[in-house]
Design a protein around this ligand. Structure first.
Ligand code: NSP
Length: 197
């Protein structure tokens, strides 16, 4: 996607990055809530603990990354959630609250996995010196994040073994929907999406 390509070579319009960070900060607050809801609904204490740790990671670690950029780039906190951000966060929250917990776990998985894939992809490209977005790149291409993603994938795989084929299909559907919403989130940042009305 153009947003990612320009992030890699450091040419991404700063206003687009600022828009992305402001929306992502709104996203992370709700992502943390969805993770906490799944923790509360998990069937095993191990899974509950893991989701609590994931929620803490989203709220503390990723927010710290954002806080650095908020200060460095003078980003204003956005009070208007973009259509794509609202769609994505409401999808995660409603799935976490109302769907079977394994389906909610699958819906949350792209939030981990896609960022790791994007981070790894970026790291394989020739690195630009003094890239203003390097800290963002390092967070998602790092080993610590890779370990978290592996744990999230393993939990979903383990949870799926307890599900019927129909329930597994629902997990896959939720995963695919969230992948599409991840795409839409990048795209909306690129377009600095506004409400048409
Ligand atoms: C939209 C989105 N998706 C996933 C991530 C990584 N947790 C994120 N920061 N923002």
């Amino acid at each position: 996607m153009p947003f990612i390509e320009e992030l890699i070579n450091g040419t991404l319009d700063q206003e687009k990055f600022k828009f992305y960070i402001a929306q992502d900060s709104l996203y992370l607050a709700d992502f943390g809530r969805a993770l906490s809801l799944v923790a509360a609904r998990a069937h095993t204490t191990d899974h509950a603990l893991e989701f609590m740790r994931f929620a803490e990671g989203a709220i503390v670690v990723e927010h710290a990354l954002h806080a650095g950029y908020f200060q460095q780039l003078g980003i204003q906190k956005s009070t208007t959630i973009s259509p794509a951000c609202q769609h994505y966060t409401r999808y995660l929250l409603s799935t976490a609250a109302l769907d079977q917990v394994e389906v909610a776990m699958a819906g949350l998985l792209p939030c981990f996995w896609i960022y790791k894939e994007v981070g790894d992809y970026i790291y394989k490209q020739p690195q630009k010196e003094n890239n203003p977005y390097q800290e963002w790149i390092n967070t998602y291409a790092g080993e610590e994040f890779a370990g978290i993603v592996k744990r999230a994938i393993n939990i979903c795989d383990e949870a799926a073994t307890k599900c019927t084929p129909a329930q597994q299909q629902e997990m896959t559907d939720a995963f695919v929907t969230a992948c599409k919403l991840e795409w839409m989130f990048w795209d909306s940042a690129w377009r600095m999406e506004k409400w048409p009305v």
